[in-house]
Write a protein that binds this ligand. Sequence first.
Ligand SMILES: Cc1cc2nc3c(=O)[nH]c(=O)nc-3n(C[C@H](O)[C@H](O)[C@H](O)COP(=O)(O)OP(=O)(O)OC[C@H]3O[C@@H](n4cnc5c(N)ncnc54)[C@H](O)[C@@H]3O)c2cc1C
Length: 560
Amino acid sequence: MITHDIVIVGGGLTGLMAAVEASPGADVAVVSKVYPTRSHSGAAQGGFNAAMGDDDTVENHVFDTVKGSDYIGDQDAIEILCSEGPEVIRDLETMGVPWSRTGDGRVAQRSLGGAGYPRACYAADFAGHVVLHTLYEQSVKAGIRIYPEWYLVDLLIENGSVAGLLVYQLASGRTEVIRCKVVIMATGGYGRVYQKTTNGHANTGDGMAIAYRAGAVLADMEFVQFHPTTLYGTNILISEAARGEGGYLRNVHGERFMAGYAPQKMELAPRDVVSRSIFQEIKEGRGVEGSYVHLDLTHLGAEKISERLPQVQDLARRYAAVEPSAAPIPIEPAQHYSMGGIRTNLNCETNIGGLLAAGEAANVSVHGANRLGGNSLLETVVFGRRAGRRAAYLAGSAGLAPPPKDSLDAAMERWLANFGQSRPEVEGDSVFVIRRELNRTMTEKVGVFRTGEELKEAREELAGLRRRYSALRVPVKEAPFNYQLTEHLEVGYLLDLSEITAAAALRRTESRGAHFRLDFPGRDDRNWLNHTLIKKGEKGPVFGTGSVSITRYPPQERGY
Ligand SMILES: Cc1cc2nc3c(=O)[nH]c(=O)nc-3n(C[C@H](O)[C@H](O)[C@H](O)COP(=O)(O)OP(=O)(O)OC[C@H]3O[C@@H](n4cnc5c(N)ncnc54)[C@H](O)[C@@H]3O)c2cc1C
């Protein structure tokens, strides 16, 4: 058995920030199913919010975030997020992040949606990439042990606390047990439950599903963000920075249609509002070719586009054959971010002893029902750092638990149950087919606009897919690069998370933030100003509610 004090699962911004913070006093390891610098964090373009401008204040940032969350974000957590922001940005600078600069040498900031001030610190439109590489350098420098292309497959819990994990190496096909005192789940979101998504292939929500199966509480899984501007057809993200730098949205008549939906903020209204407006335009016959709208950057001019938005320019050229200084870019909304996740307290602790979670995998609830652009990257570093700090403290004050025994036997039994001969219910069935059907159901029936009827249909379809999945096995056990195995495991996680999302969406009979019910179009604070809490029961998810922390800003109507 391998032994470490702290094992961090996930090599994205959250995981590496936690590792760098925890490493001085503890033996820290990072397990990551993709090479750390290939984590989805590296694709982030827009920037990290922090109230550092002359006229901006932490209070403004807190208020914008609370309002953006449609009043269901926890205000104590939001205060931490916003007040620690400027310090973390400066720490990252000290580590070597090359932020873009103003003429007088300060960190430059741009406007993103739902913000009252230019607040997002950026590095052209490669913010995630540069910070991820800087943190990776710091991890190597600190001598942190990295297990790249190793998969977490199970958590070993003895007497209600973490005793270790069961992991699997892609290149060799072998399993290993790692004993440790603390595990931090930094495994990112589960966007891959949707067919149309900006998320990377690795974003299958493994950590959320594995923690849930081990008894952790999930929260607010009905709140899924759809980003307004992804390339039509491929759903490659066109960063909000494009609108932050002054881009317009136009319908088939060339009108800036946001004037009809959010007359003050226009294109920079929050994402839930803009995505619904785009669908409304298309539904009412004002879409281009009936199916998309235009993002127009032509008035910005070639020079500004190549200086501030080089990645957007490159993506438009390569994947849409459009020169953005000369013609508008065809765009449509697609899944982008998971507001829900593993429920934690302000120190990133879950309800299981020694299990911490942070970043997109977690729900400390800084985003509530709708995340603002630039706040997720900020969350990864602020709460990644807090998780690392807490883990170091916990590891320093506890001894290593005895080697796991019963939990390991049970985990091995679950592991071996994946292998054998399939007895498919439908001829030619496979996890690949099930994944496609699951993606379609989620996109068509648990998307931007929801109804009770469609959500019930989704639940039934998912139950059918679950039955079919349970008849399938992986034929080969120990093989290098066994992608049939990884697909099998991931489809299992996607099924759990889809069922939970659909059921939570059906249960919440109101519209709030990104969760919009056509049959319940109003926000209902009397009954629904609370978090959805989800635990695994004998026959599926069991739902409960948790209170929202309201410290300064009582709920108001949310207009833009
Ligand atoms: C295209 C795109 C652009 C974005 N732009 C912005 C932006 O400009 N501003 C902003 O605030 N937010 C943005 N976001 C959101 C933000 O980037 C993410 O929420 C954030 O980076 C998530 O970081 P993370 O560290 O929590 O997870 P990730 O970066 O997703 O990392 C997850 C890690 O978990 C590991 N992992 C997962 N499962 C397992 C397993 N079973 N075993 C081992 N390891 C596992 C993976 O290998 C990976 O290293 C963007 C998101 C996308 C998709």
